[in-house]
Design a protein around this ligand. Structure first.
Ligand code: ADP
Ligand code: MG
Length: 653
């Protein structure tokens, strides 16, 4: 084989066309790229045409071979022309259906001609015709064509003129990207005319048909690149739009959620406030009327016969109010919570000790502990409070049922998913479904008349949830109830801390004083107390409780600061409110820390229990002693005694 310049030109066109065909095949698989299917036909038919042209440039090929390969060119030319028609006049989705009937006829005729061309001797005579291009050292061998072949060439060129006309029109209408088609078709036609002239010996030049085809297919490539760019831009815009939408929707959702939470919180707050009001108003109404009665009676100089009863009832009423507030506090503010890994048995046994005096005469409590019960991460006091609530409820239920068997079983086990399960089962009255559904609603109680507050389960549920657990109930009327706490198991290997004992709801009364209150140099005189509280009635009540002391009352902390710094050793005890307008107890403490630190051991702070975080962190500091209102005389006496002892110890050399 002796390749020459013409071989090189046709070969290059062939390779480029095949490459483009491959690209279009790949593109045709993409979404919205159906038009690449027709591009594929255009590129591969052009490539086939060039392949045959390569053969024409090789002088070694004999006449028979050239003739038989040559007829293939008519077929590929027909396919190529039809593909352009389809591309220009139809849609990628329905290439045949959307073609007009006339153009369908054109396509059918063209394809029929292409097939007829394959019949021997229709296109070629026996001769082979040489075209020499001397300056390029090229000799083309072409079969001698029949008149039919010449007519057919004219027909195919005519068919190709149809898309050209369409493109020119579109270009003139200003449709984007049509200019490229027009230019490439013009180049193609120029190349075709040049080839016809050289074949007929008008002038010496290389056959340029392949170059023309290449130009046309290149225009398709340019168009595709544009489409890729458009798609990328659309995708980018779509992505940005989507991101903006997601952001907007997320914002809307968050706002809606916040609004809902806010509304829910307000509603819950409203319920809670109404409940608190109700709970406090009941006892308050009889405490007030009892006190009024006593007050009027005293004004008339005669106490009624049931004065003792009236007072007892009033004290009981205030105790009820105290309980409501303390239950609320334990729900609302887990301020001084101390979470650690706990052994459930220990928490349960402390809870049982606390509940023991309420359960003793009602039912025996048995314990059943399963193997490998995991530890749980929780605050021992708060978790203990949950168990006390459940045990006390169980006790009430058994007592109300008032029948055998009387049983309370406390069970622990490990759930299949590794969580810890604690059950308190009773053989009590049980609950119907409508009651079960209301459990945990604040102030829902069936025992209001017997001292129930309806806060026990509400509080317990909140506590359990704060440790990531759940509280559920199973109950059958007349059979009993199972209260089930499920808590996440602590990771294996976590060190188990010893549970601190759960504090009993009511403090044990302090033992009566046995020692003289003052020791050392101050012995022999009445101890002196300073009470600092902005509420005069409260201050007076404290002063009455401190009957052993010589009491001075001040209503603001600034005055107290002045008096204490002027006479640092005068008072043996300072009973100081924490929250006061102007200077708070904490600020007074801070000032004395700088100016008279020796006074500090004599301080006992008093709080109303509204545990703002800063207050609770102040009270949690080492060396700060405090009492929570309301408290009774015994607690105050014990606290003052401890303060006097601290102060005495501090004065020891
Ligand atoms: P309280 O005990 O102050 O009434 P709780 O929140 O502890 O408030 O309980 C609410 C109500 O749930 C109780 O009044 C009672 O009707 C019902 N209840 C709770 N535990 C049990 C139980 N183990 N068996 C039957 N009823 C129960
Ligand atoms: Mg209860």
């Amino acid at each position: 084989m002796t390749p020459n310049l013409a071989t090189f030109v046709s070969m290059s066109a062939f390779v480029a066309l095949v490459g483009m065909g491959v690209v279009f095949t790949a593109l045709a698989r993409g979404p919205r790229w159906a038009n690449a299917r027709i591009y594929t036909v255009i590129a591969f038919s052009a490539a086939a045409y060039s392949a045959v042209d390569v053969c024409f440039t090789l002088p070694e090929l004999n006449g028979e071979l050239v003739r038989s390969i040559g007829v293939l060119n008519y077929l590929t030319a027909c396919i190529h022309a039809c593909a352009w028609v389809v591309h220009a006049f139809s849609t990628p989705e329905h290439p045949w259906r959307d073609l007009s009937p006339r153009l369908r006829v054109v396509v059918i005729i063209t394809m029929t001609l292409g097939v007829v061309a394959l019949v021997p001797h229709v296109m070629n005579t026996d001769g082979v015709h040489e075209v020499r291009v001397a300056w390029a050292g090229v000799v083309y061998h072409q079969p001698e064509t029949t008149i039919f072949a010449d007519l057919m060439s004219v027909w195919v060129l005519g068919v190709l003129a149809l898309p050209l006309v369409a493109f020119v029109r579109a270009y003139r209408r200003g449709e984007r990207g049509r200019g490229v088609w027009v230019v490439s078709f013009t180049i193609f036609l120029a190349c075709g005319i040049s080839e016809a002239l050289t074949t007929n010996g008008v002038y010496d030049f290389l056959f340029l048909g392949d170059v023309g085809l290449l130009a046309m297919v290149l225009s398709v490539l340019v168009d595709s690149v544009r489409q890729v760019r458009r798609d990328a831009q659309a995708l980018e815009a779509f992505g940005q739009d989507l991101a903006a939408q997601v952001e907007r929707r997320t914002l809307e959702r968050d706002e809606a959620r916040t609004a809902l939470q806010h509304a829910e919180r307000l509603a819950a707050l409203g319920r809670l406030a109404a409940g608190v009001g109700h709970e406090i108003n009941n006892p308050l109404s009889y405490v007030r009327s009892n006190l009024r009665l006593l007050h009027e009676a005293l004004a008339h100089g005669k106490l009624p016969d049931d004065a003792g009863e009236l007072l007892e009832e009033s004290i009981e009423g205030t105790e009820r109010i105290r309980r409501v507030v303390s239950d609320l506090r334990s729900y609302a503010l887990p301020v001084d919570e101390q979470r650690r890994v706990l052994d459930l048995r220990e928490v349960l046994s402390s809870a049982l000790k606390v509940a023991a005096h309420q359960l003793r005469h009602i039912a025996p409590v048995t314990q059943e502990h399963g193997p490998d019960v995991p530890g749980v991460v929780a605050d021992p006091l708060r978790l203990g409070q949950v168990f006390v609530n459940l045990l006390v409820n169980a006790g009430h239920a058994v007592r109300e049922a008032n029948r055998d068997p009387r049983r309370i079983v406390v069970r622990t086990r490990r759930a299949a998913d590794g969580r810890a399960v604690i059950e308190v089962q009773d053989s009590g009255v049980g609950m119907p479904p409508e009651l079960l559904a209301r459990l945990g609603e604040p102030y829902f109680s069936t025992r209001i008349d017997r001292g129930g507050t309806g806060l026990g389960l509400f509080v317990s549920r909140g506590i359990v949830a704060s440790f990531g657990g759940t509280l559920d109930f199973e109950s059958t009327v007349g059979v009993g109830t199972v209260a089930r706490v499920t808590l996440p198991g602590a990771p294996a290997g976590a060190a188990v801390a010893t549970a601190a004992p759960v504090t009993a709801p009511t403090p044990e009364p302090a033992p009566p004083p046995t020692k003289p209150l003052l020791a050392g140099p101050a012995a022999g005189r009445r101890p002196r107390a300073l009470i600092v509280d902005d509420e005069p009635a409260v201050a007076r009540a404290f002063s009455r409780m401190l009957s052993d002391f010589e009491v001075t009352i001040l209503h603001d902390a600034q005055a107290a600061a002045r008096m204490l710094t002027e006479r640092p050793s005068h008072f043996d005890l300072v009973l100081c409110d924490v929250m006061m307008p102007g200077m708070t107890g904490a600020q007074l403490h801070a000032q004395l820390e700088r100016e008279a630190p020796a006074l500090l051991p004599r301080f006992v702070f008093v709080t109303g229990g509204t545990m703002l975080p800063e207050v609770s962190s102040f009270l949690g500091r080492a060396g700060i002693h405090h009492l929570t209102k309301p408290f009774d005389r015994e607690a105050l006496v014990a606290a003052s005694r401890a303060a006097l002892e601290r102060s005495a110890a501090a004065q020891q050399p």
